[in-house]
Design a protein around this ligand. Sequence first.
Ligand SMILES: O=C[C@H](O)COP(=O)(O)O
Length: 254
Amino acid sequence: MRKPIIAGNWKMYKSFDEAVDFAEEVRDKIPSAEKVDSVICAPAIYLPTLVDIATETDLAIGAQNMHYENEGAFTGEVSPAQLSSIHVDYVILGHSERREYFNETDEAINKKVGAAISQGIVPIICCGETLEEKEAGKTEAKVVYQVTKALEGFKSEEVKHMVIAYEPIWAIGTGKTATADDANHVCGFIRKTVGQLFGLDAANEIRIQYGGSVKPENIEELLSKEHIDGALVGGASLEVASYLKILEAASQDA
Ligand SMILES: O=C[C@H](O)COP(=O)(O)O
């Protein structure tokens, strides 16, 4: 039985005070980490403060991106070693917004995955198709390509601790959600791909999230599906009430 994982992705939202208020309010209200992994992926500048607030609670803190080198002349970047030094637990890698607006390549994402695991940070690896690709029947080919490239060179033992987020790009921030059956079908396809590449153990243990307009109203149905182990939540993770409702639903699923 895979434990559900809900990760809020705040993207480039919230002032410092709003971030602190949010974390202080939710940290004691979230369900037990025995039932669900509750993560907030915040802007890098807030991470040390949020990690402090979350210490000794069941709330985990993640970054939204990082470089693959541990140090160097890379102005403006944050390194895996730096994230690890402040005890960040997770990092989102290869989000479609980073691929689209910051030219992030599959090769760079693969290096970032390796860098994250070598620092003990769990990567949340994003994949997903555009509307054009969906309409052309290329969803499966696209996610297989992205997942295969991201996981290239790793061992089954490493892969099973990773998280993959299937996020159809046309569903992000649009209010359009993939149907639970469609999302489950693609997540199942990703699991099958992991199985072909890394064996049954990795396929059974890796957690696969769905992302794209997830909210309290649709989380239950999504999580009731066999291959959906959680959600990567954008807009609905910005409000305390909706974030907590999503976590509550996930804890019932466990
Ligand atoms: O990382 C989160 C996704 O991009 C989904 O965002 P959304 O829940 O606002 O659609």
